[in-house]
Each structure stands twice: as structure tokens, then as C-alpha cells.
Write a protein that binds this ligand. Structure first.
Ligand code: SDX
Length: 429
């Protein structure tokens, strides 16, 4: 038997197997705990609990390391592109030229949404939250994929991935046009994935938008940086839903709903709102920091802090550099960027943040670069979702192909009322 951990409760003890991952992370396998000890563990928010073993992404929060299938995020952000990185996450290896060409062709083949889906889109009010539209339309799109909707055959994963990735992009752009009350722009087969998205977002029936290659590169890099992040809230949601053998469309739609939360993917919108309030209001960076430290003010420094990263989020560092590069290239001076830098500088030298290990996360600067690229604030989390889809698909696949996979069903410690008899209504109150 390998290394074990000993747990003792009321004089009774059990030896629990130790699991060591490929990056030497150590876990205690408690699969037999309840059977042998009549006890379970409790870990509100799962800060200390591994939900699974996974080979997709590795994060070292203390060292600021993020790798997709072993490749450092810095290398992928600089040298790869979103479709190649998506392929890597889903299939586990960087694609050969023929593999990449085939995947790109699938994405082009599946870029149109069924015309009837536009009736579903038309049913939303003009001010419908884009994440509500996205999650609903992904399930609606699944209804037009009857040949693969309920497939769990791993040989279909490439086709399923291409359909979802390509059509989510078309749906996202269409939801933006609907929000504006403008005609939907159809995709083009002569453009890259990201350029085509920007075309569908910003072209008009009478005027083609030809995206600046620098803008395409910046958006493509944002998609790479958002593509996966191991067991975050939305990916864990996709795995949870997928563990019930729910189809890929339903699982991805559930991930969109989790990502919508302001503590998660919704933070990029909250950051811009926070910076705007400081810019337009009476607060300075310093006075806002003082408010954040005052618990009674209930103010958070949005875009700061992370459950895993306790020194720096490598993605934030890459995006911050991209901000300077892209805004410089576009000749944009955004006062919100200056405020963000002042907030970061103040926080990095303030014991409140240093003691709590609070640093900029992926959302702190991403909104500023998206603003500069002309992406409207209420589309920021949709952009995050488009980037995260390959990661969700990779994790759904990992659950789907697991021969020992079981439905995820956590236990609990009950703290409600103990046994009591039914009280007729006349005897209540
Ligand atoms: C993403 O998990 C992932 O990987 C997510 C993600 C991904 O790629 O999928 O990286 C994307 O979701 C990034 C996070 C985006 N969210 C935000 O920026 C929202 C602001 N951040 C916080 O809400 C918070 O930092 C979280 C949600 C990110 C993490 O929350 P934790 O780990 O539960 O931390 P906590 O709430 O227990 O905070 C510990 C302490 C508390 O103070 P004390 O009670 O000890 O006095 O730090 C404080 C918190 O009040 N704190 C903050 C803060 N974040 C934590 N104080 C002010 N501002 C903040 N942003």
C-alpha cells in the first residue's frame, strides 16, 4: 500500500490513501471515510476539496503558474492562437497542420445558426441580459443538432465541439445586434474565427467592418487567456451537470449561468462599473481603497482576489501589458486604465490586501482592453464565455470518457430542526 494519512475520531482510526498528482500535489482519498468511520468531511466553498483528478489544466496559485495540458499560458498567449489552444484543451495535444485545418473547416461548416433560431432570439426583450440570451440560445441551438445532441460517443467530440464553438460565436454577435435593434450580420467563410466574430459584431448590411489585425490578435489572445482554469465555479458546474450524463449543450448552458455571477465571470463588467463610478464620482483611488477596507461600506475591489492565485494571476499580467500595447496602437487614452493602475499600485502596498493575498485577477484589466476594442460592457461576460467554451468542452469530455465516472452528489451536515410531529393549521402560530 502507498503512503497513507491517519484519521482518528473518538479513539477509532482509519488509514486513508494519499494520492499524488503529476505536479506533486498531494490529496487524501476519502472515498472509504464514511463507510469506515461514519463521518464525512465538510469544506464550505470547496477551498480544500479536490472534486476530481483532471489532466486538462494545472494552476499553482502560490507561483502564479497556469498551464493548458502542460503548456505555459505565457507561451500560448504569445505564440498560439485561440483555435489551436482550444484544440489543445479538448484533444490534449497541439494539432498537426492537417488536424488544425480540419478543425477550422468544421468551425466554418457550422458557423450558421438555423434560421428558425432567429425566432427564438426575437422573443427576447431588447434589454435582455446577454448571458440570459446566451444560455437559453445554446439549449435552443442544441434542439437543431438532433443527430448529436444526446451523443456520448467520444468519436463525435470534435464535431460537437466545432458546432458549439462556432454557433455560440454567431449567437453572441446576433444577440448584440438584437440589443442594438440592428440587422443580424451573417458569418463569412473567408475569415478566421475571431475576425469573423468581430465582423458579425460590427459590420452593417451596407458596410463591411474589416477588423484591424492588432484588434483581432488582442481579442484572440483574450479568448486564449479565458479558455480554461481547472475547477472554477462554471467549469465545476459543467462537470456536475455532465456527470448526470446531460448532453454537452445543456452542460455548457449551465456553465454560462454560473459564469454570469458577479463574483465569477460577471466581475469584468463590475470592474468597469467600479472604475466609472470612481472616475465620474467623488472617490479617488485612495478614497475608494479606504472604503474597500471599511467592512461597513460593503465595497469590494472588483477584479481583485482569487481563490487559488495568492501572489499574482499570470493572465492579469499578460492582459495589463496588452492594454498598454493595444491602447497605444489605437491611440486611446482611457482614464479608467489610469485609475486601474492607481488602484493596483495602492492595493499592492496596502497591508489589507497584502495580508489577504489580494492581487489583480483576469477580470481587472480585461474590461479596459475590451472597451478599447469597442466591445460594449454588457458583452464582456459573453466574451469570457466564448473564450471558456473549449475548457468546458474539455472537462465535459473528461467526465464523459471516465469509465469509473459516477453522478456527482455531495453529502451535507444537516443543521435544521430535529424530528417533530405535524401540526394542524389551527394549532400553528
Ligand atoms: C474569476 O476560480 C477561478 O479560477 C475563477 C476565474 C476563472 O478563470 O474561472 O479565475 C475567473 O472568477 C476571477 C474572480 C473574479 N471575481 C472578482 O474579481 C470579484 C471580487 N473578488 C472576490 O469576490 C473574491 O476575491 C473571490 C470571489 C474572487 C474569491 O473569494 P474567496 O476565495 O472566497 O475569498 P474570500 O471572499 O473568503 O475573501 C477572503 C478575505 C475576506 O476578508 P476577511 O473576511 O478575511 O476580512 O479577503 C477579502 C474578503 O472580504 N476579499 C476582498 C476581495 N476579495 C476578497 N476584499 C475586497 N475586495 C475584494 N475583491
Amino acid at each position: 500500500m502507498g503512503q497513507t494519512a491517519t484519521l482518528a475520531i473518538n479513539g477509532k482510526s482509519v488509514e486513508l490513501p494519499i494520492v499524488v498528482g503529476s505536479e506533486k500535489e498531494v490529496g487524501v482519498d476519502i472515498a472509504q471515510l464514511r463507510a469506515k468511520m461514519g463521518a464525512i468531511t465538510l469544506d464550505d466553498g470547496y477551498g480544500n476539496t479536490g472534486a476530481c483528478a483532471s489532466a486538462v489544466t494545472f494552476i499553482d496559485g502560490e507561483k502564479g503558474i497556469l498551464r493548458y495540458r502542460g503548456y505555459p499560458i505565457e507561451d500560448l498567449a504569445e505564440k498560439s492562437n485561440f483555435i489551436e489552444s482550444a484544440y489543445l484543451l479538448i484533444f490534449g495535444e497541439l494539432p498537426t497542420s492537417p488536424q488544425l485545418a480540419e478543425f477550422k473547416q468544421h468551425l466554418t461548416d457550422y458557423q450558421f445558426i438555423h434560421e428558425d433560431l432567429q425566432h427564438a432570439l426575437a422573443g427576447f426583450p431588447p434589454n435582455a441580459p446577454p448571458m440570459a440570451i446566451l444560455s437559453a440560445m445554446i439549449n435552443a441551438a442544441g434542439c437543431f443538432e438532433s443527430d448529436l445532441l444526446e451523443s456520448h460517443d467520444d468519436k463525435n467530440i470534435g464535431e460537437m465541439a466545432a458546432r458549439i464553438m462556432s454557433r455560440v460565436r454567431t449567437i453572441a454577435a446576433a444577440s448584440f445586434k438584437k440589443h442594438l435593434g440592428r440587422p443580424i450580420i451573417y458569418p463569412r467563410s473567408d475569415m478566421s474565427y475571431t475576425a469573423n466574430f468581430l465582423h458579425m459584431m460590427f459590420s452593417k448590411p451596407y458596410e463591411n467592418y474589416e477588423p484591424d489585425p492588432e484588434i483581432v490578435r488582442a481579442v484572440d489572445q483574450l479568448f486564449i487567456l479565458h479558455a480554461d482554469h481547472e475547477q472554477n465555479c462554471s467549469t465545476s458546474t459543467v462537470r456536475m451537470v455532465g456527470s448526470a450524463k446531460a448532453n454537452l449543450w445543456a452542460s455548457v448552458a449551465a456553465g454560462v449561468c454560473a459564469l454570469w455571477g458577479p463574483l465569477h465571470g460577471g466581475a469584468n463588467m463590475e470592474v468597469i462599473d467600479m472604475l466609472k463610478r470612481i472616475h465620474e464620482g467623488d472617490d479617488t483611488a485612495q478614497s475608494f481603497i479606504a472604503k474597500v477596507k471599511d467592512k461597513n461600506a460593503h465595497a469590494k475591489l472588483m477584479g481583485f482576489g482569487h481563490r487559488v492565485y495568492k501572489n499574482f494571476d499570470p493572465r492579469a499580467q499578460i492582459i495589463k501589458k496588452a492594454c498598454d500595447r493595444v491602447l497605444g496602437k489605437l491611440g486611446i487614452k482611457d482614464p479608467l486604465l489610469e485609475i486601474a493602475k492607481k488602484l493596483e499600485e495602492a492595493a499592492l502596498h496596502d497591508s489589507y490586501f497584502v495580508e489577504r493575498k489580494l492581487y489583480p485577477n483576469v477580470d481587472f484589466y480585461s474590461g479596459i482592453i475590451m472597451r478599447a476594442l469597442g466591445i460594449p460592457t454588457d458583452m464582456f461576460t459573453v466574451m469570457f464565455a466564448i473564450g471558456r467554451i473549449p475548457g468546458w468542452i474539455a472537462h465535459w469530455r473528461e467526465v464523459n470518457v471516465n469509465p469509473h465516472g459516477r453522478i456527482n452528489r455531495p453529502r451535507q451536515i444537516y443543521t435544521g430542526p430535529t424530528l417533530r410531529p405535524y401540526a394542524p393549521i389551527e394549532k400553528r402560530g
